[in-house]
Structures are given as structure tokens and as C-alpha cells.
Design a protein around this ligand. Sequence first.
Ligand code: VGL
Ligand code: ZN
Length: 196
Amino acid sequence: MEKKAALVIVDVQNDFCPGGSLAVAEGDQVALALNRYVERFAAARLPIFATRDWHPAKTSHFKIYGGIWPVHCVQNSHGAEFHPSLRLGSAAVVVSKGAAPDVDSYSGFDGVDASGVGLAELLRASGAEQIFVGGLATDYCVKQTVLDGLKLGFAVVLLQDAIRGVDLAPGDSARALEEMRRTGAGAIGGVDELPW
Ligand code: VGL
Ligand code: ZN
């Protein structure tokens, strides 16, 4: 028997895409790749979760308050909206993270749905044993989400055609990929490699 799968889309928001305040090169490209996964998961009636970075205006995550990042993904701002190319469909559950004023919260597993239920619990309630993860950014939120997923006992498959990195230092994304694979994440390069 195949493990029951869920799709986890990480932070495909305007501020992480070209034109945004923390733009990842080709960040908008992941939306197009992810749309194909959304279609396949929705057709198979498998659960879909979309995380979003959801910061208060004042947080130690931002450079101006002691962190390392430009202001981005402030709650209810245009920059925090999902990129318009991403077609989430009605079934996707939105999971918000980064709302605390004093922690970075890179992992999607720090996120909660509209009722305050955390991602791990949502996944377990959906019956998911295996998560397919894509989005932004490879070297921060995707990496932390993948590593936490493995730690929590989920099988994790990285969507290599649907991730892009910040690369604050050159090679960060490549190193992140290596660490995720070494820790136990699998990977596929496109929807054609989905096992169903
Ligand atoms: C992220 C930097 C700062 C991410 C979030 O979603 O990868 N990166 N905040
Ligand atoms: Zn952030």
C-alpha cells in the first residue's frame, strides 16, 4: 500500500517573488510548477496545505528590529498575499506562521490554520503519512519544513521543479538540498513522477 500523501506548499507569496521586498530569483516560477501538483492532488482527493509567512509589522525577524531580513509578508499586506499565478483551489487549507513578534518561525510546522490548529495535527487528522513539499525558499522555509516533517515522522518528498532559494551566500540552496536529502527526504523532478 502506498502511504497517503498530502501536498504542502510553502510561502508562495508576493514578497518572495520578483518585485517583492525579499524577492527570490524566479520565485514566481514555482507557482506554475505547483499548479500542476495542485491539480493532481485535488483530482486524487488528497489534502493540500499552503503555508504563508504572516508577520506583525514589528518583529525581531526584520533588520530594523534586530533581525536579518527586510520587511516582508506583513499581515494583510499585498506582499503577504499568495502570488496571483498560484491556483490553490477551494480545498487548500491555509496555515500561517511567523506571527510572534520575537521568533523567526521558518518552518511550516510552526504554522496554524484559522482555528489555531498546527500543521502536524492537521496532517495527521487528514490521514497523511507522506508530504510532498515545494515553494519558497529552498534554503529557509522549505528546508525547515522538510527537516521538521522528517523529525515528526512523516515521509517527505521534495518537489525539485517547484522550489527556489534565497542564496544569501552563494551555494546555500545546494547545501540545503544536500542536507534535506542526507536527512532522509526523497525527491521528484515533476508531476510525471508522482506514484499514482
Ligand atoms: C522565509 C526568509 C524570511 C521563507 C521567510 O519563507 O523562506 N525566508 N522569512
Ligand atoms: Zn519571514
